[in-house]
Design a binder for this molecule. Structure first.
Ligand code: SF4
Length: 696
């Protein structure tokens, strides 16, 4: 794809990989992208980029792209290429047949953080208005759903509080369960710049991430906790802040719910939360916790950035709340340089959540059971809408096994590879009578599909993505869709065939409808995005040009006050035993992206062509292992084989792998444990045994 010739024209669009949302100029010769050049005017990236956005776009024209719709009566049959008309009509008739046979609630859909806002909005509209139920969910279920829950409860809005530029005013940066230099490289480089200017760094992570020892950056404290003990650690940090009178009581009195603050202070002051008590749980020396807590609390500006190492736990939501409590107690909210900032993994995970892709929420995080909201959408959509929350992704799988959920529409998500306890997922998909997959490639989920609808890459569509700082950026079509349609058009075809009419002629009309129904998007339009380059929501009459920093005057809760909540530490059910003596945790690497469907089909593969299992030298020695040896990894859910990498980046008792290659089967071994509030899987904690195996 890459050609060094001179471009004929360039179109500004947005990277489709991570939640930084870098702006690029796609330089073109006719309809061929010859290079992606980071846009100097991009407000999220200021002309920077990483190896994914810059080089890994060739997947869009890879030979594996499917460009014809296909159907088959059974997953044992071969695929048959058909016309769009036949595919859509077959898909709709099957979904209607299932509803007639098993009931209205027997079908549903899953949208993705890879989709644009407009596409995600249409999928949830199709399901609520066209299918007649709320059985819609998104892949955010398996990553940042605890962020949505925890920040909504405490701050009143399910989003990060700051813009990226805010980090340049931070004096102390606390990074919890995130690896910005690999996962969010451009923002990671901004963070390093601030650290080189003298800001202090606290890293909370079971593994030594690059930031810990980057030259001229070195962390002041690396709290190397045992996986699954996050809540005990955040409580210990808060305990020090409260018992050493490092709280900002004036902030709490003016900005927060005072009764909840007082109750929380008594709770957290209990000696059971003292670092000396929790040291046995977390494995982090009490003195280090005390010093790190003082450093954060005494900072002029203390900023917290966190990732999936916070959310993908059985107490993911509790930990998000614990972080919010700590920031409120120290007054680190509502101005530049502070805040609570989830580093969203996928390009549009924020947007897919904003657009109502959850079974209990309409766009703008409004509960489906609220009669006023229900009425608003019924009138706008001219449809009868259910007041009952629908099924979450894991409930869809469980219901499929009970034969009460039999038809699934999946847009842009490879659930047969990315979801935990994969054998259960496969069994559930196998038991469904109609699985419709809309994607670029015949992915793992397509193995269980009856209808394949070929989708469009980000280069073939128009719309918007919303990044981790709530920035809505334009996605502009630079090539004609290879299969003929953009994804929002395919959803519209399906909706019309299901009997619920949709008649949009451009995504700007969909955004106009979103703005008319969603108060935080009320001032958003394509014209304004074109004029400003991008907009951070909330954007409405009060903030016509958007909102870089939230909760400046008051929190977004109904009474304007931040809410403290109690965060009891509860140990995970996943325990090490003599049979499974090590804890497996997972993460990402710079050159690859998630399950690798895109990056593995580009030259980025040369830098990281297999997943490896990092194991501490002591554990390796016990097992007679050297780097490069094949090892079998077994959990109570399943087993797989990987090559070992002996490394002291992990602590004894902990092993670590990336999950970019389907053959590694990381999710064969992850379990069905999940967050108590949102069912986000506990990907980060799996008890395993590791043994040397012979493999050719
Ligand atoms: Fe794309 Fe993220 Fe890299 Fe930016 S940092 S180029 S958004 S992958």
């Amino acid at each position: 794809v890459i050609d060094n010739g001179q471009p004929e024209h360039a179109i500004v669009t947005t990277c489709a990989y991570c939640g930084v949302g870098c702006s690029f100029r796609a330089e073109m010769k006719g309809e061929q992208v010859i290079r992606m050049v980071p846009n100097k005017d991009g407000k999220a990236n200021h002309g920077h980029s990483c190896v994914k956005g810059r080089f890994a776009f060739g997947y869009a024209t890879h030979k594996d792209r499917i460009t014809k719709p296909m159907i088959r009566a059974s997953i044992k049959d071969a695929w048959r290429e058909v016309s769009w008309d036949e595919a859509i009509s077959y898909a709709a008739s099957e979904m209607k047949r299932i509803q007639a046979q098993y009931g209205k609630d027997a079908i549903g859909g899953i949208t993705s953080s890879r989709c644009t806002n407009e596409e995600a909005y249409l999928v949830q509209k199709l399901i609520r208005a066209g299918f007649g139920n709320n059985n819609v969910d998104t892949c955010a279920r398996v990553c940042h759903s605890p962020t949505g829950y925890g920040l909504k409860q405490t701050f009143g809005e399910s989003s990060g509080t700051q813009d990226f530029d805010s980090v340049m005013k931070a004096d102390v940066i606390m990074v919890i369960g995130a690896n910005p230099t690999d996962g969010h490289p451009v923002f990671g480089s901004f963070m390093k710049k601030r650290l080189r200017q003298g800001a202090k760094l606290i890293v909370v992570d079971p593994r030594e991430i690059d930031l810990v020892k980057t030259p001229h950056v070195q962390a002041s404290y690396h709290l190397k906790l045992r996986p699954s003990t996050n809540v005990a650690l955040i409580n210990a940090l808060a305990h020090v802040v409260v018992t050493e009178n490092l709280t900002d009581d004036a902030f709490a009195a003016e900005r927060c719910d005072v009764a909840s603050y007082n109750k929380w202070k008594s709770f957290i002051a209990d000696p059971k939360h003292a670092p000396e008590t929790t040291e046995a749980i977390t494995g982090v020396p009490a003195a280090q916790i005390r010093e790190a807590a003082r450093l954060y609390a005494k900072a002029g500006n203390g900023a917290i950035y966190y990732g999936l190492g916070v959310t993908e736990h059985s107490q993911g939501s509790t930990m998000v709340i614990g972080i919010a409590n700590l920031a409120m107690a120290t007054g680190n909210l509502g101005r530049d340089g502070v805040g609570v900032n989830p580093l969203r993994g996928q390009n549009n995970v924020q947007g897919s959540c904003d657009m109502g892709s959850f079974p209990h929420e309409y766009p703008g995080y409004r509960h489906v059971g609220n009669p006023e909201t229900n009425q608003l959408f019924e009138q706008a959509w001219n449809a009868e809408l259910s007041l009952n929350p629908g099924l979450r992704i894991p409930n869809m799988f469980d219901s499929a096994m009970d034969k009460t959920f039999m038809g699934l529409y999946v847009e842009g998500e490879d659930i047969a590879q990315s979801d935990p306890d994969i054998q259960h997922v496969h069994a559930a998909l196998r038991s469904m009578e109609c699985v419709i997959v809309q994607d670029l490639f015949l992915n793992e989920t397509a193995k269980f599909a009856h209808v394949f609808l070929p989708g469009a890459s980000f280069l073939e569509k128009s719309g918007t993505f919303t990044n981790a700082e709530r920035r809505i950026s334009p996605v502009r079509k630079v090539m004609t869709p290879l299969a003929g349609y953009q994804d929002w058009e395919i959803t519209q075809l399906l909706s019309n065939a299901m009997g619920y009419p949709m008649n949009y002629s451009h995504p700007s009309e969909i955004m106009a409808e979103i703005a008319s129904l969603t108060p935080t998007f009320a001032g958003v339009s394509y014209e304004k995005i074109d004029e400003l380059g991008s907009i951070q929501w909330p954007c409405n009459e009060e903030s016509p040009e958007g909102t870089p920093i939230m909760h400046v005057e008051e929190f977004m809760r109904d009474n304007g006050k931040g809410l403290f909540m109690l965060t009891d530490y509860v140990a995970t059910q996943e325990r090490v035993t003599p049979m499974f003596p090590l804890i497996l945790t997972t993460g990402r690497i710079l050159s690859q992206y998630n399950v690798g469907a895109q990056t593995r089909r580009t030259e980025n593969n040369q830098w990281h062509s297999e997943d490896r299992l990092e194991i501490h030298p002591h554990d390796a020695e016990d097992r007679g292992l050297n780097s490069g040896d094949w090892v079998g990894i077994k959990s109570r859910a399943g087993e797989t084989v990987l090559r070992a990498l002996v490394s002291d980046r992990v602590q004894p008792g902990v092993v670590y792998t990336t999950f970019h290659f389907p053959e590694s089967g990381a999710n064969v071994i992850t379990t069905d444990n999940s967050d108590w509030a949102t069912n986000c899987p506990e990907y980060k904690v799996t008890a395993v045994q590791v043994t040397k195996v012979n493999q050719t």
